[in-house]
Design a protein around this ligand. Structure first.
Ligand code: NI
Length: 177
């Protein structure tokens, strides 16, 4: 169990375009994914991208289990997604609040496509090809943005809807991506 340090906004490594993964089913890749899982779980995150722990590779993980404390929250199956390609299935975008483990303590209102297809592979090289909507689509867009050096504040269009979580949502626990 290794909880890695998550880089924070301002670190230039978060602004790079990550490299494609070419070899699968290796101890190195399994170790990276295990560290990412441990880190995401320890920080109560909904997702994590490899560049956030300083690894310059196109690897993201995400997933939200049912939690009785947030019965209204949409669940997302735990997914390891490597070398992802996203294709919007609509021009429609919706705004909703996002947070990020690299921007701790803050939330912002971010427009995202409401439906998209994503393709890629898992850590064994098996194909992943899904069409999703809602929160699942939002989380995928947020995580894959990390692979292109994009942090959610760069997507905010109205900075009046950007602030400290404790001020915006006093007394509430929220997840970060
Ligand atoms: Ni993030």
């Amino acid at each position: 169990m290794t909880i890695r340090t998550v880089l924070r906004m301002g670190d230039s490594r978060l602004l790079q375009v990550a490299k494609k993964v070419n070899t699968f089913n290796t101890p190195e890749l399994d170790g990276l994914i295990q560290d990412m899982r441990d880190t995401m779980a320890a920080l109560n995150g909904a997702g994590l991208a490899a560049p956030q722990i300083g690894i310059d590779q196109q690897v993201v993980i995400f997933g939200v289990e049912y939690n009785p404390r947030y019965p209204e929250a949409e669940t997302v199956p735990f997914t390891v997604l490597i070398n992802p390609v996203l294709t919007p299935l609509t021009k429609k975008m919706e705004e909703d609040w996002e947070g990020c483990l690299s921007v701790p303590g803050m939330r912002g209102m971010v427009p995202r496509y409401t439906r998209l297809r994503y393709r890629g592979v898992d850590q064994y090289g098996n194909t992943i090809d899904r069409s999703v909507d809602g929160f699942h689509a939002r989380v995928v867009q947020h995580e894959c943005d990390h692979l292109h050096g994009i942090l959610y504040p760069m997507r905010i269009t109205d900075f009046r809807k950007f602030g400290f979580t404790a001020v915006l949502f006093p007394g509430q626990e929220v997840m970060d991506e």
